[in-house]
Design a protein around this ligand. Structure first.
Ligand code: GLN
Length: 273
């Protein structure tokens, strides 16, 4: 089979973009490069793998899980069904956090990513600030295993920790960042998400706030004197999460930031003096 024949076959079964992305990934090329070599023959083992994965896509498996990796802020991350697929909004959380670290915490030494999943947030920040000690924490052993693999893939050293939020954490940090589960248990969400991604990483009780309450209740004892707290939030949760933070951290400056779709998506709490 040639590349062109495989693409035509793929397009008959699934979204044509996905068919091209899948074949490109199997051939270690990008989708555009494929267009220059359409008449090349594909190795039979790769052809079989392509058919198998086209079937998974046809069964409505997310392309990221089928391919098994994603690009997040320019870095590669392995993903499987044990971890949430990193979202564009979370890249914005990382970028806005990076800007604050550069401006206000250039010599920050310690950061913890609470509920790290694939490790995308913490590992990307470690790439950006190599001298920071980064702890990746998750309640799921399987998720943490993916995060450990991703740290290796990106050539960084991180401290992995299995814990139900603060239950097994004894130290303080300069920076605490989290994209915890924040969906209401009763909320209707996209079926592609609901049927494939880990519910442990999505849902957080009747109002979607369980994880923020858990994190914020013990926040003070895990923060150094100068600190930055960065949360991704659901777009209706800015006010209530800000208020929860204000109660526990009365000295902090609290700001809400919007994502590219102009929805409230991040809350920061910062103390710089
Ligand atoms: N952002 C996720 C979604 O859109 C929700 C869960 C999370 O990221 N914390 O499905």
């Amino acid at each position: 089979m040639t590349i062109e024949q495989l693409i035509v076959y793929g397009k008959s079964k699934v979204n044509s973009q996905h068919a091209k992305m899948l074949l490109a990934d199997l051939l270690h090329k990008n989708s555009l490069e494929l267009l220059n070599i359409l008449s090349e023959e594909v190795d039979p083992a790769i052809t079989d793998e392509y058919y198998r994965k086209i079937n998974l896509l046809a069964e409505k498996k997310p392309i990221q899980y089928v391919i098994g990796n994603v690009n997040f802020c320019g870095y590669p991350f392995l993903v499987n069904e044990k971890v949430l697929i990193p979202r564009f909004e979370t890249e914005e959380l990382v970028e806005k956090t990076r800007d604050r670290i550069r401006l206000f915490f250039p010599s920050a030494k310690t950061l913890i990513d609470l509920g790290c999943g694939s490790g995308a947030i913490g590992i990307t920040l470690k790439k950006m600030f190599p001298s920071m000690e980064v702890t990746l924490l998750d309640i799921s052993k399987d998720a943490l295993q993916v995060a450990i693999e991703n740290a290796k893939l990106n050539n960084v050293t991180i401290q992995p920790l299995i814990s139900d939020m603060w239950s097994d954490v004894t130290t303080k940090f300069d920076i605490i960042i989290s994209n915890p589960p924040y969906i209401k248990t009763t909320e209707e969400i996209d079926s592609l998400v609901k049927e494939n991604e880990p519910h442990l990483a999505l849902y957080a009780g009747p109002d979607g706030l369980d994880c923020y309450r858990k994190i914020i209740a013990n926040l003070k004892e895990h923060l150094n004197d100068r600190y930055l707290v960065a949360f991704e939030i659901g777009y209706t949760q800015a006010e209530v999460v800000s208020n929860l933070l204000k109660e526990q951290l009365p000295d902090a400056v609290i700001t809400v930031e919007q994502d590219l779709q102009e929805r409230d998506r991040m809350v920061f709490a910062m103390k710089v003096d």
